[in-house]
Design a protein around this ligand. Structure first.
Ligand SMILES: [Zn+2]
Length: 384
């Protein structure tokens, strides 16, 4: 048995690496790269060169506490490499040689989907925070559901919110901001579900009791727009007045539909408007349907309606020259133009393809159930 095997490669001389020393520390509040490098013992020339090289890859004005600088030098103090570690695990390195070279090292992250459950007692924000779920989701949820659900009035407390979200991770570290994927919430007997597209862009879809929420319908189908929003000479009084809504001329008895999902907040008579139905949509928006000849028997105040639901019939009650629907949109009590471009664009954007949406919902529900089960199993194991 040979004591030593010598291969051809072993005969070449090993490259001799000089021993190196490593200096490293976090950047403190108010510090610049220059002060840290000076602290590390770099000469003014080296500091200027390093700042130029690193600055070409990263905006040095963005440096903040928690970022760190590492300087690798030979024992005699000449720098070999300067590494700047910034947010999201990104490292920018300047390597000394004949010329100063730079490289940017970006960590490989993986996307993970997480599930969580929160019981809402006081506020959405507090509930998420308490459950260890990113509390910033409260803003996304309020934005998505705020037009449909009046959180303050409709929630009795004790409602359970179930969520799925995605975050990018490097090891155990979260990179960037997490994104909501799915939310399920039952409010006063109705199950609201929101599915966000996984591309991170595009409109989320709201479901009520498993059906795509129609967010916009025409108040009267196929009717002629007879008067627009704004100042006009009043057809009855003859003076210039603000027209607070739009008028649709249609035959008496033509069905009038709720334009967006909401809750009937008023049925009755109002001066000039005649017979009126009002629907509140979330906490700040209200739609008003006036001059109605009739209101469906079953329709009562407090009732929840979907976009497209029959809520009345065209008439000429109140101050009207002929049968027409006067339709108003009030935001925070102020009349706004129902036909404004933003409003129409918003409505068009939200129109969703129903079958694609349903399969998206089924997928999200399955993933949520599976993830929550796993979570519960994990928690149970931890307790053992
Ligand atoms: Zn009108």
């Amino acid at each position: 048995m040979p004591l030593l095997q010598i291969s051809v490669a072993d005969t070449s001389l090993p490259t001799i690496e000089p021993p190196l020393s490593t200096w490293s520390r976090d950047i403190e509040s108010g510090e610049t790269l220059d002060t840290v490098l000076s602290d590390a013992g770099l000469s003014a020339t080296d500091r200027a060169e390093v700042a130029l090289a690193l600055g070409a890859e990263y905006d040095l004005r963005q440096l903040r506490p928690g970022h760190s600088v590492t300087v690798v030098s030979t024992m005699d103090g000449s720098p070999r490499r300067v590494a700047l570690a910034v947010e999201d695990g990104v490292r920018i390195e300047a390597i000394f040689g004949d010329e100063l070279a730079t490289q940017v090292l970006t960590p490989v992250s993986e996307m993970v989907t997480l599930a969580g459950e929160a019981v809402i007692d006081s506020s959405l924000f507090a509930a998420l925070d308490e459950a260890g779920i990113p509390a910033r989701f409260a803003v996304d949820l309020a934005q998505m559901l705020g037009g449909t659900v009046d959180f303050r009035r409709e929630m009795a407390g004790g409602e359970t919110l179930r969520l799925l979200w995605r975050e990018a991770r490097v090891g155990d570290e979260r990179i960037g901001q997490p994104d909501l994927a799915f939310a399920a919430l039952e409010v006063s007997g109705a199950l609201y579900e929101v599915v966000w597209p996984d591309s991170g862009s595009g409109q989320a879809t709201i479901f009520v009791d498993g059906e795509v929420l129609r967010v916009f319908a025409q108040p009267v189908e196929g009717a002629r727009l007879s008067s627009v929003f704004g100042r006009r000479t009043h057809p009855v009084y003859g003076n210039v007045r603000m027209h607070t809504g739009v008028d649709f001329a249609a035959a008496r008895g033509t069905p009038v539909q709720a334009t967006a999902p909401g809750r009937v907040s008023f049925i009755g008579w109002r001066n000039g408007y005649g017979r009126v139905v009002e629907i509140s949509h979330g906490s700040d928006t209200m739609t008003r349907y006036a001059h109605l000849s009739a209101v469906p028997d079953g329709l009562v105040q407090g009732q929840r309606v979907a976009a497209g639901d029959l809520i009345g019939r065209v008439g000429a009650t109140g101050t009207a020259t002929g049968p027409n629907l006067h339709y108003e949109v009030l935001v925070d009590g102020r009349p706004t133009d129902p036909l404004s471009e933003e409003r129409l664009a918003e409505a068009a954007e939200r129109e969703a393809d129903d079958s694609a949406a349903r399969s998206m919902l089924a997928e999200a529900r399955a993933l949520l159930a599976e993830s929550l089960d796993r979570e519960i199993a994990l928690t149970a194991t931890e307790r053992l």
